[in-house]
Every structure is written in C-alpha cells, then in structure tokens.
Ligand binder design. Sequence first.
Ligand SMILES: O=c1ccn([C@@H]2O[C@H](COP(=O)(O)OP(=O)(O)O[C@H]3OC[C@@H](O)[C@H](O)[C@H]3O)[C@@H](O)[C@H]2O)c(=O)[nH]1
Length: 250
Amino acid sequence: MLEGHEVIVADNFFTGSKRNVEHWIGHENFELIHHDIVNPLFIEVDEIYHLASPASPPHYMYNPVKTIKTNTVGTINMLGLAKRVGGRVLIASTSEVYGDPEVHPQPETYWGHVNPIGPRACYDEGKRVAETLSYAYAKQERVSVRVARIFNTYGPRMHMNDGRVVSNFILQALRNETITLQKSTIVRRNPRFINNVVYGHGKQTRSFQYVSDLVDGLILLMASNYSQPVNIGNPIEHTIDGKSAIIFSD
Ligand SMILES: O=c1ccn([C@@H]2O[C@H](COP(=O)(O)OP(=O)(O)O[C@H]3OC[C@@H](O)[C@H](O)[C@H]3O)[C@@H](O)[C@H]2O)c(=O)[nH]1
C-alpha cells in the first residue's frame, strides 16, 4: 500500500482478527472484506496472494475437513479468479509438503514423506493438492502461478493461542515458568502445561524465520519470472530443546 498498490484483504477471521489490520482501516488504498474463499469471490485484481488456511497445527487440526476445503475448493476459487482476471496468483504452500522428511535440509526437488492419513494430513495433503492444482491451472489454463513453501514463521501479532512453538515458549517465559521436557506426569497433573513443554525428546529440528523476511520473500517471488516451488525459510535449523543448531549454506 505504501508503494501505491490498492490492497483488498479477504478474511473469514477464523484465525485472523480485525485488530491485526485496524491501523490500515481508513487508508485510501486499503479495503477489508469479510469473505470465506471456500465461496467464489468476484473482484478485479492483478495479483492474488492466496494465504488463506489456518497454519498452526492445533488450528488446522481443529476442523480438518474445513482445512481441506480451504486448501482445495478455496485454491480452485483463487486460481479461477486469476484465470478470469488474467492475473498472477501466489500460493502459500508449506514445508509440511515434505512431511516427516528423510532428507535434511529439503531441496525443492524432494518429493516428501507424508502420511496421507496421519493427524497432520488435512494440512500436508491439502497444501500438496493446492500445488498440484496450481500447476494444472498453469498448464491447462495458462494461469501464471508462484508457489512459496513457507517454513515455521513467527513475529508480531501472532495469536496468543497460536500453538506454535515460538509463541508457546514466549508465553511460558512471560509467566516465569520453566520450559520443561514433556513428562506424562506433568501433563496429567496440570493440563495448562500441555502447550508449554518441549514435545517428545526435543531433538526434532526446525528453522524459524521472522515474518517481515517472509513478506519480503513473497513479494520478490511474486515479481520474479520463476514459476517452480521455492522454499522460504531460514538456513539455520535448531533442535527444539535449544541444544544444537545446524547451518546449511543455501
Ligand atoms: O509447545 C510446543 C510446541 C511445539 N513443539 C515442537 O516444536 C516443533 C515445531 O512445532 P510448531 O507447532 O511450531 O509447528 P511446525 O514446525 O510443526 O509446523 C509449522 O511450520 C511450518 C508451517 O508451514 C506450518 O504451517 C506450521 O504448522 C515441533 O517439533 C513440535 O513438536 C514443542 O516442543 N512445544
């Protein structure tokens, strides 16, 4: 908007909130519409950033059918909109298309290791089919598509109950609680701790990126002439117990 673009935000406010964008309300280049993209959307635009879908595991597992509909029917609607207006669409995919990867780090050429009926399947498979739909529309309908595979992201205005590890640990630190390794006795005694522990052995790794770096990456990808999927994350992977980090060069 500061560069002079007119921006229309369509949100069903399932995990987003009006408060996150209230400082833009009233700006001449900004419009907010309450809309769920599972239903068709008829607007005139040049570029579409398709960022809809809950992204934290507790949120996308809360209503798995809705998560699948948003990533399948919703993605068809966004690709259909791009086709009608002759615009470009950027699909927010995820590192979760790699599932429980057997390769570290994951290059974009890795096909992944996904359990199609596991607890995360609604999101993993939803995003995988969103990618498939994008390239089908590109091939069949000549829609210009960009696919960003987004890794774990954190930053301001994250929901307190987002449930991802960064906000969980920050909440726990603010409450002066120790970040403990998960023990079934603690979980049973005090369910409040369920979201405030290191799950499992803590040796699982993640890379974490700051939200404004992600936004820079999305804008660059949208403007580029590269149409294959692109990982957007951080080259440093940390174990969740915080004890070690692995730095990858690219
Ligand atoms: O309180 C917590 C929360 C999470 N964890 C662990 O921390 C790791 C990271 O978990 P998060 O909940 O932050 O989310 P994930 O990294 O699994 O997935 C996330 O990253 C990729 C994005 O594309 C996805 O949308 C998002 O779900 C996992 O190994 C999890 O088990 C904890 O140990 N304690």
